[in-house]
Design a binder for this molecule. Sequence first.
Ligand code: PEP
Length: 248
Amino acid sequence: MKPLIAGNWKMNGLSDDAKSLAEDLKARSAADLPACELLVCPPYLHIAQVAGILQGTEVRVGGQDCHTAGSGAHTGDVSGDMLRDLGCGYVILGHSERRADHGENDALVRAKAEAAQAAGLVPIVCVGETADQRASGEALAVIARQLKGSVPVGMDAERLVIAYEPVWAIGTGQTATPDDVVEVHREIRKLLVGLVGEGSDRVRILYGGSVKPANAAELLAQANVDGALVGGASLKAEDFWAIAASCP
Ligand code: PEP
């Protein structure tokens, strides 16, 4: 399975910043392409510009969220069809920041995942426990509950990505230990058999949470780690490229 290194730009950068980051990635992809699939997820407003710059390169573009409906009276929202129309191939769903900032629950994430696949996008469904949940020994139970609630049963395995993102590791500089990552990814892989059935071993499971050039190689070398979802470090082309180059 080709690993996927996905950059989540979140709500960062003005138009000129997005342009120079995309141009830097374009130049790097022409010079030296890592052995993984590369994806960047800019803020909605920059998607068209970034997709235009990266057209014809191996760096793909995705969204950070989408609505469950294809169109309609949903002020401020964006549909999977709109993302697809701008050249997106992926969409991040159920990120812990959306679960926290917008009260998104598993049922909504599941409906979005269904809508995204129907629109021709590959959903990247995020799950992960908080620090308190880990401290009280609930991490695996929380992840199992989120996964079962957020992933529609019988999804096309080739067109589904899961991201394990411990909430306490996002943007904090703390990363899960390789042993913890292996334990959680093994559990996710097991649960996927029941959820996706045939082909569940082909669903890519990404790790996310303070992935940097310095820790990427060790994390990406672990069993069932099929790539990374990268926040802060994806805003610097050099760091993003170094992480991608760490894929085994
Ligand atoms: C993320 O938000 O998806 C993320 C992993 O962020 P960071 O790499 O900054 O921890």
